[in-house]
Design a protein around this ligand. Structure first.
Ligand code: ADP
Ligand code: MG
Length: 261
């Protein structure tokens, strides 16, 4: 065996990359009410993962655990190398939240700031970027969410769908490694849902790592690499979108999809 052969033999055939997000056996109760009962959940870099399931099943709680907003009583949560469940100081939590963008049903833009200023404020004040860089990033993001023509508008002058697209751009302005979307179209008028889903679809196609909680089943089926079905604080099943939607293993999943689709 020559030197090249021994080098090749030593290399692992396919080194599985560590997931960007990993929850292991996460348990969380609110008082006496157990809400997460042993959650195992993973997201690989560049993947889009959807969490679907009935209302109250723990979907938002999972997302809040990933951002460090909630601390489980038991289990491990990792984002990259960071053990989120072990973070103690406010500085550590702020550092994590710079890496994880979170968009909710309620867009909560700053009403007294223009669209452009909504995107510039956190990068300059929290991330310490210079104003020219922050403005250049903001304009590129407004182009991505198709709102360049609205940079001087105030949030109150925009439709719900436009405000939600600004909220997505504002989260992206921090250059997160990971984006979490929690029912971002649930509060919108039906005619503006599509424009928000289009923006998310573009981000997924660009390879941004995303976790989506959504009731838009067709959209979840279309864009997700993996789908997790939750019920009453447990993951009932998970797998590739085509399998979960096309051939669910669990009767519970089947019944839910039957109602939801
Ligand atoms: P989903 O997002 O799937 O609708 P949630 O994760 O929001 O579900 O909630 C799961 C359960 O936890 C629900 O029963 C809800 O009432 C309860 N819950 C959520 N947040 C709190 C809280 N801050 N305090 C007490 N109970 C909560
Ligand atoms: Mg929720």
């Amino acid at each position: 065996m020559n030197a090249t052969d021994s080098f090749l033999a030593a290399a692992p055939a396919t080194a599985a990359e560590a997931p960007l997000v990993a929850l292991h056996d996460v348990h969380l109760s609110f008082g006496a009410n157990p809400v997460l009962k042993g959650i195992d959940f993973e997201v690989q870099r560049g993947q889009a993962v959807s969490i679907i399931g009935p209302s109250g099943s723990g979907k938002s709680t999972i997302l809040r655990c990933i951002t460090g907003l909630l601390r489980p009583q038991h289990g491990e949560i990792r984002v990259g190398e960071t053990r989120v469940d072990a973070l103690r100081t406010e500085a550590e939590l702020i550092a994590l939240r710079k890496r994880v963008g979170f968009v909710f049903q309620q867009y909560n833009l700053f009403p007294h700031l223009t669209v452009l200023e909504n995107l510039v404020i956190a990068p300059t004040r929290v991330a310490g970027r210079d104003r020219a860089t922050a403005e250049r990033d903001a304009r590129a993001l407004l182009d991505k969410v198709r709102l360049s023509h609205k940079e001087a508008a105030y949030p109150g002058e925009l439709s719900g769908g436009q405000q939600q697209r600004v909220a997505i751009a504002r989260a992206l302005a921090m250059r997160p490694e990971l984006m979490l979307f929690d029912e971002v179209t649930s509060a919108l008028d039906p005619e503006t849902v599509g424009e928000v889903l289009t923006v998310i679809r573009d981000l997924v196609r660009d390879g941004l790592t995303c976790v989506l909680v959504t009731h838009e089943m067709r959209f979840a089926e279309e864009i997700s690499d993996q789908v997790y079905f939750t019920e009453a604080g447990v993951i009932v099943e998970h797998g590739p979108a085509a399998r979960i939607f096309g051939a669910p293993e669990s009767e519970r999943t089947r019944a839910f999809l039957h109602r939801a689709l």
